[in-house]
Design a binder for this molecule. Structure first.
Ligand code: PLP
Length: 457
């Protein structure tokens, strides 16, 4: 009833962006938000000077405790947007019927697993369900190590794969952990990220990253290191969606496999059609991994993740290892996972990511042409990153990115900085976003950049 009353008061949250509506203010939520700081340990740094105190959401809008609406331009999980009633209905029905741990047999787990297997490339038809991306990555690492009987794993620099002990070991992003490169366990070996914007090989030289990688793998051979596997994102998530050089993954994966190792594609950020033209991130590299890790979008915010691999690898793991997750793949999680895929397909959100994403990228490129604070626009579909630079790639401007994010927040738009230098504006809205919202965002960014330039003049 409260929800209905709120919708009647505020049928169009976009009309509230940047304004406060006293009518939808929620005094209880305000009191809770004040108590939050006393009891909730937030280890991760905040992105904003004044983090918004969000209370509810509707599609690609969020509303804070004062009833102020924001355009949600960066949401890693809610691909369907917020407050999706079909998802709420699926959860409600399954929760009333059955929720239990996954030691039992029930239909929901079969339906979701079949659906994922049908979306994965041929041969990758076995699914293990967990609760998060970090768990999926930890499980994938355990699988490649158990199946090959080897310990060592190759990972890229500038990458983030999660917080659990295994995922953290292969996470190298200095933006998330400035000490990341000093604290690697001895079984983790690093390959320089093929960052074509800021790394050693740029522009036409990008193809040189592949021979460098093959040299690095050969050097590990010479040092007597037998790799169990290689983990990478198929698109640079941490860098704001920088594309890997053409043929890079195919070449590195072939070299790893030639030595008996297995290749993990971490699809936690880039899958589920967000790239527009492809459902999986690895498709745009034209290569097929041995193991896929996926989470985030899978549950639209409900904790859900998976490892997808071949029957052969899964069977070998069953002999050499063990795996059980109490709530991973619970009946409620599974109906959420299936409903997310149903809605994604029935609402044509992958096509929306392609079409609206193009409008967004073109608009951002036009702004980058007009405002010197913006450098390259990376990414594809609704997975974009905009460099904030003080002159060029070698002058990443993290203070500038922060200032722009704070000023956008003031304008009722949520964007966050990412990357090793925290200078890339990460733009990853719910896949429900439409032309009108994109235009509103571009106008707000234009205003903020013009205001900064006027202030400096
Ligand atoms: N892998 C990638 C590429 C990620 O970006 C993340 C989270 O940001 C993870 C794994 C970990 O996922 P989770 O936060 O669900 O544990």
């Amino acid at each position: 009833a409260q929800e209905r009353a709120w919708r009647e008061l505020c049928p169009d949250p976009s009309s509230l962006i940047g304004r406060t509506s006293v009518a939808v203010q929620d005094a209880d939520a305000d009191r809770l938000a004040r108590r939050r700081d006393d009891v909730v340990a937030q280890v991760q740094e905040h992105y904003y000077a004044q983090p918004p105190r969000i209370e509810r959401g509707w599609r690609h809008h969020l509303i804070d405790v004062d009833g102020r609406a924001y355009l949600d331009m960066v949401n890693n999980v809610a691909i369907l947007g917020h407050g999706e009633p079909r998802l709420a209905h699926a959860v409600d029905a399954q929760m009333r019927r059955l929720n239990t741990n996954s030691r039992f047999h029930y239909g929901a787990i079969v339906e979701l697993s079949e659906r994922l297997a049908s979306l994965a490339p041929d041969g990758l038809d076995t699914v293990m369900l967990v609760n998060s991306g970090s768990e999926a990555v930890d499980l994938a690492l355990r699988i490649v190590r158990a199946v090959t009987g080897r310990e060592d794993v190759l990972a890229l620099t500038e990458a983030y794969h999660g917080w659990t002990i295994g995922a953290d070991a292969v996470s190298t992003s200095l933006g998330d952990n400035p000490r990341a490169l000093d604290t690697r366990p001895s079984w983790v070996h690093l390959l320089d990220a093929p960052n074509t914007y800021r790394g050693t090989h740029r522009g036409d030289d990008a193809h040189l990253y592949l021979p460098d990688a093959l040299d690095r793998i050969a050097a590990l051979d010479d040092a007597g290191v037998s790799l169990a596997g290689f983990i990478a994102e198929p698109l640079f998530g941490n860098g704001g969606g920088i594309a890997l050089p053409d043929g890079y993954l195919a070449g590195v994966w072939a070299a790893i496999r030639a030595r008996g190792g297995l290749c993990i594609s971490d699809e936690v950020q880039v899958s589920y059609g967000r790239l527009g033209r492809h459902f999986w991130g690895f498709e745009q590299q034209g290569a097929v991994p041995d193991v896929i890790t996926v989470a985030k979008a899978m549950g639209n915010g409900h904790p859900l993740g998976a490892v997808i691999t071949s029957r052969e690898v899964a069977d070998a793991f069953a002999v050499e290892g063990s795996f059980f997750s109490s709530a991973g793949g619970s009946p409620v999680s599974c109906v959420v996972g299936t409903a997310v895929l149903d809605i994604l397909e029935s609402d044509g959100l992958q096509d929306n990511a392609r079409v609206v994403g193009e409008r967004l990228a073109n608009g951002l490129r036009a702004l980058a042409g007009a405002h010197p604070a913006l450098g390259a626009v990376h990414g594809m579909g609704l997975y974009l990153g905009v460099e904030v630079v003080a002159g060029g790639p070698d002058a990443p401007d993290s203070a500038g990115a922060r200032e722009i994010c704070d000023a956008l927040l003031d304008q009722g738009v949520i964007v966050q900085p990412t990357g090793d230098h925290k200078n890339v504006l990460k733009i990853k809205p719910p896949m429900t976003i439409d032309d009108a919202a994109v235009d509103r965002f571009l106008a707000a960014l234009d205003r903020v950049l013009t205001w900064r330039e006027a202030r400096r003049a």
